[in-house]
Design a protein around this ligand. Sequence first.
Ligand SMILES: [Zn+2]
Length: 254
Amino acid sequence: MKRRVIILLALALVCAGQCAANSRLDDAFAGAQKIDLRTCDVSSVVILRDKVGIPPPSATVLVKVFERDKLPSVLESSFAREGVAGVTINGRYIAILKTQLRDEYTDVLRHELVHAYITLASPAPLPLWFQEGSAVYYSMGKDRKFYGQAVEERPGTMVGRTVELPESYKQQLQTFKYLLQTVGEKDFNAWYKQAVITGVVDPKPLLGLASQEKPTHKASRKRSAKWLFGLLAGAIAVVMVIAYFSSRYDRNYS
Ligand SMILES: [Zn+2]
């Protein structure tokens, strides 16, 4: 009984903290662009919705561009690591650092909208390898990319930079490409859709291997305890998925 009271108190505290964090996020995202995933025409969303066939979540996603030196305090820690170009918080809030390179902005937006889409569409938190593999695969789609464009005010001048993925992201992208090449697009898409809408992302059955997940009564009880713990931890920490782009070097052409 005593234990139940402690759990209820902890939950109340967590909820209060969560409400405060959400209201700070709502303040930071005042005036943000509102995106409806059911009608959005950004390419990564179109693929997930129309090609893979994952029913689009109805929640509105807020997208806002911030300047690095004018970040609201609620976002500072998300951008503390060097190379982070965008973050998606709770699948609902997307913050993107201002860049003058249009194509870079588009790729970051594509990347973050994948996080938002699959986070909102899944009944359970998706593991990091699946989140980042998805986001990288459906946005940049390769290890490194050069973004360049002409400077309008200075004819004949180009500005650009090369963005290279961190090693962990490269590996996750490789995993996705390997799965796709091994089983083909049709089977891959069917598995991917099921993975997102069930939250079960084990790729072994897709590859014809025995799944590790054999739900027994004991295992499912253990899983629900784990789930509660995960919920508490998640609520305290504010679930965030960080788009981590590392820039190799800046380039100017004249
Ligand atoms: Zn990401």
